[in-house]
Write a protein that binds this ligand. Structure first.
Ligand code: GLC
Length: 612
């Protein structure tokens, strides 16, 4: 395992943090090396065909599937809840992809579609896919090689459905844990984001975008989506305003993009949020001057979902603002027809120069050539031979390792952990002990995720305990922690229920009354109590910290619950280190290692984590 130095504590000299241990990666092929082919194709294209390439619709809102050809669409996406009509099976997703691609291939130039989905922690829309720990947990592994492997497997499972574009990795550096998307970020520390974001791009895109089981990646959300000020967002932080100077923007929020570009990322998604009052999706300074001109990004920019609509009351005016500022493709899920007609009119009226259209389409075509999509010998339809490994035990083994390495041991009074698997009885409690939905969190089958025993194939922590203990050990369960008397040890699994994006903005991160009561009930039995926290962020532990003999932060581990019991029962020692600062109270927030002139006195420091 290649580990990023975990001792990234505030006081360490910066130099100590720069000794990044990331595998030396082969330099990706420069996207502009495909310009001759891209420009030759551009020459053949009509204005309509060019504008079509800049248009992305959501498949669920296609007024007529043939609009893919009628409007020469360059891309189609499935947003959070945009599923196949026949359900979320591997077969249904593959059929959906092929049906869209076949229509695109009926056009005059037969330019294949890019089909994009949110690949937040695995191919998380599809039943039976391996669901990996969310990025907050991967951040705690400090293991770039593992993150690359996780992303490689994710790409394989995505490509098994034919889908060829992942809106990942999120390279935010969230600075306030009250943000609903914090768990999509690896860390508050830009140095860690830089290393793991690049590893994810390499894993997703393979050695050169052309690998049959590689997909196009998308670094998001550009930029400082995780740096917004509390109270400026909807409702609190999400899509808010990052009121930071340029030096802070460059030091904290840009590094993930620099390393993603170095790793050859083919697309970048500008953020809904603003920088000092200017929407990122309207900012020529951010999208063109810094990203394209200064950093040399050669791929293309894809807007967020209806993000362009937010730029002006009049959609046509908003389109002009964003395209002229450097946006290349617009995610216009429902109003793709209006987008197409408005942009065409804007070019004809001279309000968007033809040169901007040609630049955008050249960028899009470069990427499609680099992916081998234009190679006549290579069919862009799904390769169903890739489905053999979908959700396979081999893939789950890697996910289980990622779970193990993501766990952070926060407390272990009198060496309560590791537990003895051959005791007479273990009592299990808590709302998330036997709830795969809570264990996976948001972006799982449904956009918001949802609580529930079995939302997709996987192993709950309760089920994992049952298979880990010896055959003579009794495992009992009560959600509220009662009935533990006589057991040798108690495990209480508590924390957050699933959420995504703005639904997760919270002004209070205290544990809920049910969780506190479950721990107290377990403690009344007079047995050692192990608390496992299933959450998308650090939470205010309050009296639970005192009541518990041991506390493990498991984040949102995904389908492989055995990764948790591997550590609880000592097959592996915990190695995880906090990727975010853990506050004592809400009054301390925001609190992170990047803040100056603030007393840094958290409950657990960035980089904290005990071993056995
Ligand atoms: C969402 C998210 C973005 C996602 C996109 C497509 O609103 O902001 O992360 O990729 O829309 O679902």
């Amino acid at each position: 395992m290649k580990h990023f130095p975990a001792l990234a504590i505030r006081t360490l000299p910066v130099i100590a943090l720069c000794a990044v241990m990331a595998p030396a990666a082969p330099k990706p092929v420069a996207l502009d090396s495909y310009d001759a082919q891209a420009k030759a194709l551009l020459k053949q294209m009509t204005l309509e065909e060019k504008i079509g390439q800049m248009t992305q619709a959501d498949q669920m809102y296609l007024k007529d599937p043939n609009d893919i050809a009628t409007y020469f669409l360059g891309s189609v996406l499935s947003g959070g809840d945009s599923d196949p009509k026949d359900g979320n099976s591997l077969a249904a997703w593959t059929e959906l992809y092929d049906s869209c691609q076949k229509i695109a291939l009926k056009t005059r130039l037969k330019i294949p579609l890019l089909y994009g989905v949110d690949v937040v922690h695995g191919h998380n829309n599809v039943l039976g896919a391996v669901i990996f720990p969310h990025n907050i947990g991967l951040g705690c592994t400090r293991d770039a090689e593992l993150v690359e492997k996780v992303s490689q497997i994710t790409a394989q499972e995505v490509k098994a459905t034919g889908i060829n574009w992942a809106f990942a990795p999120c390279v935010a550096a969230p600075q306030d844990i009250r943000w609903g998307r914090i768990y999509e970020g690896y860390s508050e520390d830009p140095k860690l984001v830089k290393v793991l974001g690049a590893a994810a791009v390499r894993g997703l895109q393979g050695t050169g975008l052309k690998d049959p089981d590689a997909v196009l990646a998308c670094a998001k959300h550009y930029v400082a989506d995780g740096g917004t000020s509390f109270g400026t967002g909807s409702p609190l932080l999400d899509q808010g305003d990052a009121k930071v100077d340029e030096d802070t923007l460059r030091k904290i929020h840009l590094p993930g993009y620099v390393s993603a570009i170095d790793a050859g990322v083919g697309t970048v998604m500008p953020s809904y949020s603003s920088w000092n009052g200017v929407k990122c999706s309207a900012s020529k300074k951010l999208m063109t001057d810094i990203l394209k001109d200064e950093l040399g990004f050669q791929g293309f920019l894809i807007s967020d979902y209806n993000a362009v609509n937010q730029l002006a009351p009049d959609f046509k005016q908003a389109i002009a603002i964003s395209i002229n500022a450097g946006m290349d493709m617009v995610m216009a899920p429902e109003d793709y027809r209006e987008f197409y007609n408005d942009l065409k009119a804007l070019v004809e009226e001279g309000k968007v120069p033809q040169s901007r259209i040609d630049d955008a389409v050249t960028r899009i075509l470069r990427v499609k050539f680099a992916m081998g999509l234009m190679d006549k010998k290579h069919s862009p339809l799904a390769d169903r031979s890739l489905q053999a490994m979908f959700g396979s035990p081999e893939h789950r083994t890697v996910a289980r390792q990622a779970v193990r390495e993501s766990l952070v041991l926060l407390k272990n009074r009198k060496k309560t952990l590791p537990l003895d698997r051959s005791v007479k009885r273990v009592h299990v409690a808590g709302k998330s002990a036997d709830d795969l939905g809570n264990q996976c969190g948001g972006w799982t089958i449904d956009w918001q995720g949802k609580s529930g025993r079995v939302t997709t194939g996987g192993t709950t922590i309760y089920a994992a305990i049952q298979t880990t203990v010896s055959k003579d050990t009794k495992v009992t369960y009560s959600r509220d922690g009662t009935g533990a008397e006589g057991a040798d040890a108690g495990v209480v699994v508590i924390g957050e229920e699933p959420y995504a994006e703005m639904k997760g903005d919270k002004k209070d991160l205290s544990l809920d009354a049910e969780d506190i009561a479950a721990v107290k009930n377990m403690k009344k039995a007079g047995i050692p109590v192990v608390v496992v926290l299933i959450s998308g962020r650090p939470m205010i532990l309050g009296e639970v910290l005192e009541d518990a003999d041991a506390v493990v932060a498991a984040w949102l581990p995904g389908t492989e619950g055995e990764g948790v019991t591997d550590v609880l029962f000592g097959d592996f020692s915990p190695t995880g280190k906090l990727s975010y600062t853990w506050p004592r109270s809400m009054e301390q927030l925001p609190l992170n290692i990047n803040m100056k002139k603030v007393k840094y006195d958290p409950l657990f420091k960035y980089g904290y984590g005990l071993k056995y």
